[in-house]
Design a binder for this molecule. Sequence first.
Ligand code: AMP
Length: 377
Amino acid sequence: MRIGILGAGQLGQMLALSGYPLGQRFVFLDTTGNPSADIGQTLVDKNNARLDEFLSQVDVVSYEFEHLPVELVRQIEQHKPVYPSSRALQVCQNRGLEKALFTQLAIPTPEYHLVDSQESLQQAVTALTTKHQKPVVIKTVTEGYDGKGQAVLKNDASQAVSEVWQKIGGRELIVEAFIDFVREVSIIAVRSQTGEVRFYPMAENHHVDGILRYSFAPLPNLNAQLQAQAEGYIQALLTELDYVGVLTLELFQQKNGELMANEMAPRVHNSGHWTQNGAATSQFENHLRAVAGLPLGSTAARLPTCMVNIIGKNGDVQQLLSIEGLHLHLYGKEERAGRKLGHLNLVAANSEALLAKVETVAKRLPQAPLPKFSFVE
Ligand code: AMP
């Protein structure tokens, strides 16, 4: 089967690496001019002139990033099956639609207001800070990722509101109540073309400056009820969207234990990279199985696993690989501040041994922050 992928970054590369053993072959359509997948065939198409060529070479289409024109995906759907659908893409790339869907499906999410002017921004900040006595988080409705296009305000002082509008405004923004979370978690699920659904165990995610640094799964203190609650939320989304492929839901866990949905991604996700070495079937393989109409694989965790992102600078490969149970996944990118260059997965027999390895790695990786997990005193 020939799989067409819109986008040609590291997620596409890892999809292809998982798909080759299934007999799949890959054609990437890159509209940025900066493809990095470096596997299969890549069509660089900055001027939207090679779509026919792309479509003639593939049986089914998926995508590896969500900042794509929905119109392009709708156009492709006229010719080839696209999984996940253009509707899923449309919802996931717009925080307003995403939040409305959470609300429609009774999935708890921070209280929010959509605004499109400095005046309405001011009103929303005043309303939420007064009601919750907490800061607010302001985000662009579209385009934002890895904490870009975001601001936090502690109160409704008009000068600060005006500065935020100057910096990220001039377009639709969402203002959310700040959640005092105990930890950030994510759940990843996969749904097949026949509607079969499998869930991975939740991961705890440690972000610094909006960028994911560590994902730990399965959680040592995960209770079955919490996992079931997250599964219920993501199942509702999968059913409503008639979804095919891997879906990721990022959530905040509050002090009282309850979960609140933050956002979702219609694709394989950085917080699921641990599955490459820690689960029976990786998120990449399961996504491809779903897209290709194949039976899904087991999502069971094999051993406690921690994914560590390699950002900005590569570590010393000799030193890293001398750590037992370390699996390296480098994307073949040039070093650049803030750039995701690769990740590594650490696997150990138990959580204590795993934490010790994570600490060793954090010391050996240039610029890695100290790992912090909610379950460590
Ligand atoms: P996002 O792009 O929505 O994933 O936001 C990036 C990061 O900002 C999240 O991973 C959180 O650490 C933080 N954040 C986003 N929204 C909120 C919120 N409503 N309350 C507290 N922290 C937030």
